[in-house]
Ligand binder design. Structure first.
Ligand SMILES: [Zn+2]
Length: 327
């Protein structure tokens, strides 16, 4: 339920809008492209980042016929002018819708919306709903605003009303400018970002006020679950700092949100299954990127988990997260 995809050809949005470091692609040799952020190199990608047939082939090698696809977080462009971000979001969402239409047995799409503008975000959310998308992907912060800020609540309210699931992915990692070396924004920043998002949604009362909204968090919830003892203790020992907007304890929300399985660590996954609950862990890979689980759950098959647990992780929990039902 956690894979990323891009259109093979992207318009040059910087030229189109006349400003900004929008991502564009340089197809410098067959099957490979450079993602460029303005004039700066961001990441090398290959055809499995855009070619739906190549992806299906690579997945079938691991007996996995269905991928939930969403854009790459660097495409969110929440920093852009809202109308331009809407334009970009619609382009990406139309591309996802076309792939789902062409390969309905292999792809499920999660849309992207301009979170920096509440009205435009809800407008695109309704369009996604009409197109049949079961949910959206959003960033762990929006221009460094936490997800409990009042301006985002109507968007979450609309997701709940439309029965749409929300996948929260870390991006624009806090403190990145101080930790650029050793890939630390990805290794340290991303898990912290995801915990920031979960803590904000709990302490800010969003989960409490929208109990039917189905959140799923990337990378097994980042550092939140491994540090939930500390978070809980902080809530108990300093309620004056922590329990100011919601008096329900963090542990109350365990088992109420979903996480993916991308831990690269059987021992940690066992803990996650115990703490989040075996009904709340979904097979998520972060394919096709190197930090992802590119053997698509093989380590889970080797854990000697009960067959019923493996079935839940491999598809039942994802169906329940996306649609609110396993049927
Ligand atoms: Zn990812």
């Amino acid at each position: 339920m956690h894979t990323h995809i891009l259109p093979e050809r992207l318009p040059n949005f910087a030229d189109k809008f006349g400003y900004g470091d929008f991502i564009h692609l340089e197809h410098h040799k067959k099957g490979f492209a450079r993602m460029m952020r303005g004039q700066f190199f961001f990441r090398e990608i290959s055809s499995n980042c855009w070619d739906p047939k190549v992806r299906v082939g690579e997945y079938l090698h691991f007996q996995t016929p269905v991928q939930v696809v969403c854009t790459i977080p660097v495409m969110f462009s929440y920093w852009a002018k809202p109308a331009d971000c809407l334009d970009l979001s619609r382009y990406l969402n139309d591309h996802l819708a076309a792939i789902v239409e062409d390969f309905p047995e292999h792809y499920i799409g999660l849309g992207t919306i301009p979170m920096q503008d509440t009205d435009l975000a809800i407008q695109e959310l309704h369009r996604l709903h009409e197109l049949g998308f079961p949910g959206i992907q959003i960033g762990s912060n929006v221009n460094q605003l936490n997800l409990n800020e009042a301006q985002f609540f109507p968007i979450f309210q609309a997701c709940q009303d439309l029965n749409m699931a929300v996948f929260v992915h870390p991006w624009e990692m806090m403190g990145s400018e101080h930790i650029g070396r050793y890939w630390l924004p990805w290794l340290v920043g991303m898990p912290a970002e995801t915990s920031r998002a979960i803590c904000s949604l709990i302490f800010g009362g969003v989960m409490e006020r929208l109990p039917k909204l189905r959140f799923c968090f990337a990378h097994a919830g980042g550092s939140f679950l491994p540090t939930v003892g500390r978070v809980q203790h902080g809530f108990e020992c300093r309620p004056d700092l922590v329990a100011v907007d919601n008096d329900k304890a963090p542990r109350h929300y365990l088992g109420k949100f979903w996480v993916d399985s991308a831990t690269h660590d059987p021992q940690l996954l066992r803990y996650i299954l115990e703490v989040a609950g075996e009904d709340k862990v979904c097979l998520g890979t972060d394919y096709p990127f190197p930090l992802g689980d590119l053997e698509i759950g093989t380590f889970i098959e080797q854990m000697n988990l009960p067959e019923s647990t493996v079935e839940k992780i491999f598809y039942k929990n994802t169906l329940e997260w996306l649609y609110g039902t396993r049927g």
